[in-house]
Design a binder for this molecule. Structure first.
Ligand code: DCP
Ligand code: CA
Length: 399
């Protein structure tokens, strides 16, 4: 059967969600990332803003220099999460052979779809139409015989377009394109290849393999195969993460146990929130400590019952912390907490431990408020004091 891979990617994702919520932003230079005088970077820029040279990853200060008239927005991350889930759900209506690649893009294997949906571009257009009608978001699609060529095609189709590479045409399609269009060729690799006179993907495809290896090492072989349109990678369904953890490196090493305790509480809340978001429960808690001399230890303990509630995660972590500090008291450089042996909770995360049942609605309510107003809108006594403690230490707060 002829292999047909479709890559679909939402255009200017975060910005498009904002424009959907506030139509007066449409057609204007818009940036999601924060206030232009803050220290952040551009997360997403509208195509109108890109005309001024703005792009993702650029500092907001630089963006402001290039385009002061752009509208700078802080972002509504819960809305983006929701849109991402709805986007993936639409794709799942077409085929189970989906590989999400980040929040707003995915590969679909649509080989053999023709008898049902007609020619491959018709499938792409159907998907794009549903995304536009149901989510109000523009998406671009690329169709080719391999993942790499499909991704390049969707990129070329942007914004709001579709591009099909004809069957058996991946190599010819890629050959005339500039080097930086090939996934895996970043600015450094591009500069290296340009230094020997290469300009196009086709020129990389034709370079003697010994020269590729000499220049780029073992990763060069893969890039050259892609440059030739050879990419047999299959669509891999997502594998759920096996653990969730949060850690922080202190700006100054910490010796005071109550600062460590407060930090542990904060990190436990982050881990708990992520577990609840993923609708999973953990059976095991791991504490990680790096001392000022860089000695790093991890300590594990099982929870009494699988849980996704902040309190038992924190309490178990605290027991491990106390024990570790009683064995070795030295300033701490890094503190982290993680959970593992995860199980799906199926909407009833409290079913395992009845003693925790009353905490479940409280945690859910806190999650809801935090998603709406930001993580620090609600703080426990411990973490509230953490900020003061950190300020007193003249060190940075946890990022
Ligand atoms: N993102 C981010 N920080 C970055 C890059 C991306 O937070 N440095 C987020 C914001 C984007 C989303 O991920 O909206 C998707 O990233 P893309 O690279 O797909 O960029 P866009 O969707 O914004 O634009 P494009 O139309 O080029 O896909
Ligand atoms: Ca995108």
């Amino acid at each position: 059967m002829l292999r047909r891979i479709l890559h679909i990617d939402l255009d200017a994702f975060f910005v498009s969600v904002e424009q959907r919520e506030r139509p007066e932003l449409k057609g204007k230079p818009v940036v999601v990332g924060g206030r232009p005088d803050s220290r952040g970077v551009v997360a997403s820029a509208s195509y109108e803003a890109r005309r001024y040279g703005l792009k993702a990853g650029m500092s907001l200060a630089k963006a402001y220099q290039l385009c002061p008239q752009a509208i700078y927005l802080p972002g509504n991350f819960h809305l983006y999460g929701e849109a991402s889930e709805q986007f993936m759900a639409i794709l799942a209506d077409f085929t189970p052979d989906i590989e999400p690649a980040g929040m707003d893009e995915a590969y679909l294997d649509i080989s053999g779809f023709e008898p049902i949906y007609g020619p491959a571009p018709a499938t792409g257009e159907r998907i794009r139409k549903r995304i536009k009608e149901e989510l109000g978001l523009p998406a671009s699609a690329g169709i080719a015989g391999s993942k790499v060529a499909a991704k390049v095609a969707s990129d070329l189709a942007k914004p709001d377009g579709l591009l099909e590479v004809p069957p058996a045409g991946d190599c010819a399609f890629l050959s005339t394109l500039p080097l930086n269009k090939l996934p895996g060729i970043g600015p450094k690799t591009e500069a290296l290849l340009q230094s020997i006179g290469l300009r196009t993907i086709g020129q990389l495809a034709e370079l003697p393999s010994s020269q590729v290896r000499h220049l780029l090492g073992s990763s060069g072989e893969l890039l050259q195969r892609w440059a030739k349109g050879i990419d047999p990678r299959k669509i891999e369904p997502p594998t759920a993460a096996k653990s969730i953890s949060r850690e922080t490196t202190f700006a100054k090493d910490i010796i005071k146990p109550f600062v460590l305790k407060a930090t542990l509480r904060y990190l436990s809340e982050k881990v708990g929130a992520e577990l609840r978001l993923q609708k999973r429960c953990a059976r095991c808690v791991t504490l990680k400590l790096r001392y000022s001399d860089f000695q790093t230890i991890t300590r594990r303990r099982s929870l009494l019952a699988p849980s996704n509630i902040d309190q038992p995660i924190f309490i178990t972590g605290l027991q491990l912390l106390k024990k570790a500090l009683s064995q070795r008291q030295r300033p701490v450089r890094l503190l982290g907490i993680g959970v593992s042996v995860l199980i799906f909770a199926d909407g009833q995360p409290d079913m395992f431990d009845t003693s925790m049942q009353q905490l479940q609605p409280l945690n859910n309510c806190i999650d809801h408020l935090r998603q709406k107003y930001g993580f620090t809108v609600l703080q426990s006594g411990l973490t509230f004091r953490l900020k003061e403690m950190m300020a007193a230490q003249n060190s940075d707060y946890i990022s």
